[in-house]
Design a protein around this ligand. Structure first.
Ligand SMILES: [Zn+2]
Length: 253
């Protein structure tokens, strides 16, 4: 392929790619505060980089990403009180993902992957996949893989390297050790590491409240210890995330 970025190609190239069985991976992220040290593009950067890392091996073009995600929730993303975050409603997100999938099917692509990197998008993109297949007249033979948390299957070794025995849960790994380490590894120029802080909400119960009380929301927008992040941790864990996803895609599509 001349480029694995879908948007770099011409329509005859895309027609031919679909006809030859090439698939498409759609990165899905957010435009969301990620503390004082990471750009609001963090989730889009990571989902796009991951998609591109598996593109050639899995014969998948990387579609232009979905850059707006579902509402940031206080206990897993800091919530909607931070200036800078731009979220969309669940019905908007579902509608956009569904429409994009229907268009990809119309072009003849049959191997499709939704690759999410924003906790709150889960379920809604699965629903969009179901609705798109139901709606499209070109759904015969189409398979859609829905990856809601590409990092969730890390080995014990990788978890130990990353969290050093003190893993607090994926919901609070927002702008914290994992995301900061991966960004330091992949695009250090986008990390203001001297501004990284360790933070947590004063309370983190197993339920949610609307509206969210102030003590659910850490002032910095960092939900755990960003200062424990290193580029070296990112360098160990990233290849494992890439390899794990590539194997899963090869198995299913
Ligand atoms: Zn994130």
């Amino acid at each position: 392929m001349r480029s694995w970025w879908y948007a770099d190609l011409t329509w005859p190239e895309l027609r031919d790619a679909a006809a030859s069985g090439t698939g498409v991976v759609l990165p899905i992220g957010s435009t969301e505060q990620h503390g004082p040290h990471l750009a609001v593009s963090c989730d889009v950067d990571l989902s796009s980089a991951l998609a591109h890392a598996i593109a050639e091996e899995n014969d998948l073009l990387v579609a232009p990403p979905i850059t707006y995600g579902y509402r940031s929730r206080p206990l897993s993303g800091g919530g909607q009180t931070f200036p800078g975050t731009i979220s969309v409603s669940a019905r908007t997100l579902m509608a956009v993902v569904e429409d994009v999938l229907v268009e990809l099917m119309r072009s003849g692509f049959k191997r499709l992957v939704l690759l999410n990197w924003h906790y709150e998008n889960a379920n809604f993109i699965y629903e969009a996949a179901v609705l798109a297949r139901e709606r499209s007249p070109h759904a015969d033979g189409v398979r859609i893989m829905v990856v809601e948390a590409a990092f969730a299957g890390l080995s014990e070794h990788a978890m130990e390297v990353m969290f050093e025995g003190d893993f607090q849960g994926w919901d609070v790994e927002h702008a914290a050790i994992l995301e900061t380490s991966l960004m330091l590894h992949l695009c250090p120029e986008k990390v203001l590491f001297d501004r990284a802080v360790d933070d947590a909400s004063a309370r983190h119960p197993s339920y949610d409240l609307v509206p969210a009380p102030d003590d659910f929301i850490p002032a910095s927008g960092v939900l755990w210890k960003a200062t424990l992040a290193t580029a070296e941790k990112g360098a160990v864990v990233w290849p494992e995330i890439v390899a794990g996803l590539a194997v899963s895609v090869a198995r299913e599509l």
